[in-house]
Structures are given as C-alpha cells and as structure tokens.
Ligand binder design. Structure first.
Ligand code: G3P
Length: 339
C-alpha cells in the first residue's frame, strides 16, 4: 500500500513538473526565442487571393523560424473580424487582424482619409502613399495605441457597383440599397454617390440580395468572383470609387515580446507577401473580368467626373480627421505623380 502511495505521489509530482516545464519548454526554445502561436483572422474566403497569399506568408514564416512562429490562418470570418478582430490586437492577444484600413482608422482616424474615395488612379499610387512620411507618422500613432501595423499593402482591387441596374451617374443609384462594410467612410461615400448604403456583414450579402434586404453591393472583382456573389447580381458598373486594401495588424506588446530575428523574418515575409499578392492581383484583374463575362456578368463604364464631384464632399464629413489632411494627401499625391 505504502509502495503504491509513494508511486502515486511520484507520478503526481512528475506530472506537475512536466506540465509546468512543458509550458516553459513550449514557450522558450534553445536559443532563447519564444515559440508563439498566433491566430490570423480575416473576412476573405479561401478562394480569394488575399487569403491564398496569407497562407503562403504563414508557411514561409513557420519555415524560416523553424516552426517557432506558427500563424494559424482563419479565413471567411471563422473568428471575429472587423472591429472585434482589432480589439483582440489592441488588447494584446496573440492575434493578427487582416481587415479594412477603416478598422485601424477607429484608433487613428486619419487612416480612413488615406483610403478615401476616388483618390488613386492606380495600385502604384496607393503603394507609394503607404511609403510616405505621412503614413509613417500614422503608423507611429497606431503604435501609441498598442497596434503595430505590419502592412497596409495587401490590395484586392478597385471597388465597383454590382447591381442588376446599369449605373452610369449618381442619379442612377437613387433609391438603391447598396450593401457596404460596417464603416462610416463607406456609408458617407455611397451616400454621396447617390445610393442608400446598408451595412451588412459580407456573409449575409448573398441571402440579403435574395431576400431583398439590399439591391446590390459594391466590391472588387476579386470579391465578386471569389465569393460567387455574381450568381445573384449580373451588372458591374465600373465606378472604381474606393480601393480595396487590407491592413495587417498585430499587438505591439506581442510584437515586442518576439526576438529581433523573429520580427525581421515576420516583417520581411509580410513585405514579400504583399509584393507577390499585388503582382498576382494586377494580373488577375483582366482574368476576373473575362471569367465573370463568361458567367453572364456585364460591365459598363460610368460618368466618372460626376462621381468625383459628389465624393469630394466626403472628405469634409469627418470631425476626427486632422484638419487639412485632404490637402496633405493631395500634396503627397502630387509628389508621387511627378516621379
Ligand atoms: O470575402 C469578402 C471580401 O472580399 C470583401 O469584404 O467587407 O470588404 O466588402 P468587404
């Protein structure tokens, strides 16, 4: 009996030692680096290029860190997205949010301004803007709020209208309920364009159209093709009113808890991943169009100057934006375009 008791005691002690040491051993590797599992959350479904690009980035980071940094990619809103995802980041969770710039804009409002309506004529103009001192300053402000912005460069294409009605002018959008992401910038932009913007999570858009909750949506060709939303609406009016971009953010505390080597690898891979993502996305624009046409989707040009005039009003609607931010952006754009 005594022997059994002694053995049991030893077993419990050994288990406790294993559990506590196990945790430690799991947390710190031989060279003193942390072993970390980070959840990455996004709205994009697996068939969309952004999700595909992120899977590659996560694989490369895992490989280069010998498995010590494991980024688990959750696509299609399986985990909290948008505002809730950014809260995880700001609260210091092991979490990476891949979502609209507007959600970083909830913490540093000027981020919304740099992705305002009708600002960019090409992907390159936007990508030059993210390298500007203005954007560097905004990233610094985000850090003060506990958010390390790893990238602003994951593009998924200019956003246009997907409805059944052919839209050519703001007047054509009158009375149309258009789904937008839950963002004030999108609400004001679509309102200025003449529509009735209706915020809805993307997962509810397909049924929302079928049930008449909304008449259509605005989105990129990647979204329209990748989510199969073309099945319920058949006309793309090429307004190109906003650029679809994602901000990739991680908690500053989590970031600073990693070794310099790990941080370098992560940053390098997100930068390389953005370049790859954007090269592929540029090529895919024409391919998406052809594929959508084959699926019965029609495309039409719009009267861009009239949409330009209307959307310019959006920039004066945000009391939290720094006064003069629009002029500052225009100044940067002038420099970019002169190069
Ligand atoms: O999978 C949805 C994504 O492509 C677009 O989402 O909310 O930016 O329209 P959203």
């Amino acid at each position: 009996m005594k022997k059994i008791f002694k053995m049991l005691t030893l077993l419990v002690a050994a288990t406790m030692l294993f559990v506590s040491c196990g945790k430690k051993e799991e947390a710190v590797t031989e060279n003193g680096e942390k072993k970390v599992v980070i959840k990455m959350s996004m709205k994009f479904v697996q068939d969309e290029q952004t999700a595909k690009s992120m899977v590659i980035v996560a694989e490369k980071i895992k490989e280069r860190t010998n498995g010590n940094i494991e980024i688990q990619v959750y696509a299609g809103g399986q985990l909290p997205i948008g505002k809730d995802s950014m809260e995880q980041v700001a609260n210091g969770a092991n979490w990476i949010s891949v979502d609209g710039l507007n959600f970083v804009g909830d913490y540093v409002p000027d981020f919304n301004a740099i992705n305002g309506p009708m600002l960019y004529k090409s992907f390159d103009e936007y990508l030059a803007m993210t390298q500007s001192d203005l954007v560097k300053k905004l990233k610094g402000e985000a850090e003060k709020k506990g958010i390390k912005v790893l990238s602003l460069d994951y593009l998924f294409g200019f956003r246009s209208m997907l409805t059944d009605k052919v839209v050519k002018t703001p007047a054509d959008l009158k009375g149309l309920k258009i789904r937008v992401p839950n963002s004030q910038l999108y609400m004001y932009t679509l309102e200025a364009m003449g529509a009735n913007p209706t915020p809805l999570p993307f997962t509810e858009v397909y049924s929302g159209i079928q049930q008449g909750v909304v008449d259509g949506l605005e989105g990129s060709l990647m979204t329209i093709y990748g989510t199969k939303i073309y099945e319920v609406r058949k006309n793309v009016s090429l307004t190109n009113h906003l650029l679809g971009v994602s901000a990739v953010s991680i908690s500053k505390t989590v970031w600073e808890g990693l070794s310099e080597n790990q941080r370098t690898i992560i940053q390098e891979e997100f930068d390389a991943g953005a370049k790859y993502n954007n090269d592929v996305t540029v090529e895919l624009q024409e391919e998406y169009k052809i594929k959508l046409e084959e699926l019965g989707v029609k495309f039409n040009e719009v009267d861009l100057p009239s949409f330009n005039v209307e959307t310019a009003k959006v920039f004066s609607k945000f009391p939290k934006w720094t006064p003069g931010i629009y002029d500052e952006i225009q100044k940067e754009l002038k420099v970019i375009r002169a190069k």
